[in-house]
Design a protein around this ligand. Structure first.
Ligand SMILES: *Cc1c(COP(=O)(O)O)cnc(C)c1O
Length: 349
């Protein structure tokens, strides 16, 4: 087991950063006259700056996730959290990061923007992970990204795999659980207590139905969250987002039902695809999408477009030649999808 101080992982020039102190940070307590932030005093619902600590929203999330609020850091989408992690921990042109491939495209983009080399460890042909190669490549990496369930492959990686990576690598291990609510496997959030270098990324964009809001978060060790809090833009989560999210998080029953519907539709479409001759492989999935392989995915993609259905052509991703990634829609949308696939199947026979 490698023991490393979180402080030592922080970008050298940021280790003693004094963060911007906002008006709302310097005063906390009860008052009725706020003349401290140069706001327009006339009520518009958004004339005041939002809470930079997102206290109410974090309180709610902490209950849902079973963590302390000090273990939460919210971002303008988890994409912002990914960027903050690169920015805060990687010395540009010096440190490198590692991710599996194929995986989520933002790790690449964020790495590049922050002047960090991202080394890729190719999954096996069946999308399982060669843990030994990952560990060999990532031992000295500042960051290791493991997306589980993985986008675009749909499969997830076991707790023991992630534990091994944590034990044998020296940097931060970021497990992206954007799709965890669709999986039967449970989150690895509980591993954070004994593994201070683990960061779990989650988002309200998928199962929680708030992609348009841009709200993602990480659950991590308190020291990591404190530091990320220092480097984030002070008001990164606006008032409307905080209010809307808080409100929807109260509707846990509705969300649960939506997830259940997506999971049962996923099963239905899987079975349908498995029977269809034009589809060669239906990859197992723990997410709200299915990856399928066929003989000419790009042609199939265009035919779906001609029928008004947009899916994601993943054919140019490594190991994903001739694949489409298809999100699970409502029952009616899925019926349309099935109908079009049946037509295309007939034509090909
Ligand atoms: C969709 C997705 C996200 C979510 O990003 P947001 O910025 O929170 O919308 C994060 N990681 C993966 C792997 C995703 O597929």
């Amino acid at each position: 087991m490698v023991t490393i101080n979180i402080k030592d992982l922080i970008r050298k020039d940021l280790q003693n950063l004094e963060p911007y102190s906002s008006a709302r940070n310097e005063f906390s307590g009860a008052a009725s006259v706020f003349l401290d932030a140069n706001e327009n005093p006339f009520e518009t619902n958004v004339n005041r700056y939002p809470d930079p600590n997102q206290f109410d929203l974090k309180t709610k999330l902490s209950v849902i996730k079973g963590v302390r609020i000090e273990q939460l850091l919210l971002g303008n989408g988890s994409d912002e959290v990914i960027d903050l992690i690169f920015r805060g921990f990687c010395n540009p042109q010096v440190d490198f990061a590692v991710s599996i491939a194929p995986s989520y495209g933002m790790y690449d983009v964020s790495a590049k923007i922050n002047g960090v080399e991202l080394r890729k460890v190719l999954l096996n042909n069946d999308f399982t992970l060669d843990v030994n190669t990952l560990i060999k490549t990532a031992r000295e990496a500042k960051l290791v990204f493991i997306c589980s369930p993985n986008n675009p492959t749909g499969n997830s990686f076991s707790r023991s795999t992630i534990q091994r990576v944590l034990h044998e690598c020296k940097g931060l291990v970021i497990v992206d659980e954007a799709y965890i609510d669709f999986s039967e496997k449970k989150s690895i959030v509980d591993l954070i207590t004994e593994n201070p270098r683990l960061i779990v990324l989650q988002t309200l964009s998928k199962a929680w139905g708030m992609a348009g809001l841009r709200l993602g978060f990480c659950i991590a060790n308190e020291e990591i969250c404190n530091f990320l809090h220092k480097i984030k833009p002070p008001y990164n989560i606006n008032c409307l987002t905080q209010d809307f999210a808080l409100n929807r998080l109260e509707q846990s029953k509705t969300i649960k039902n939506e997830i259940a519907s997506i999971i049962s539709e996923r099963k239905r479409i899987m079975l349908f695809f498995e029977e269809l001759e034009i589809i060669e492989t239906v990859f197992p999935t723990d997410a709200n999408f299915i990856l399928i392989r066929m003989s000419n995915a790009t042609k199939m993609y265009s035919e779906l477009v001609n029928n008004g259905i947009i899916v994601r052509n993943r054919s140019n991703q490594v190991l994903c030649d001739n694949t489409l990634r298809i999100s699970i829609g409502t029952h009616e949308e899925n019926e349309k999808l099935i109908h079009v696939f049946k037509q295309l199947n007939k034509l090909k026979k």
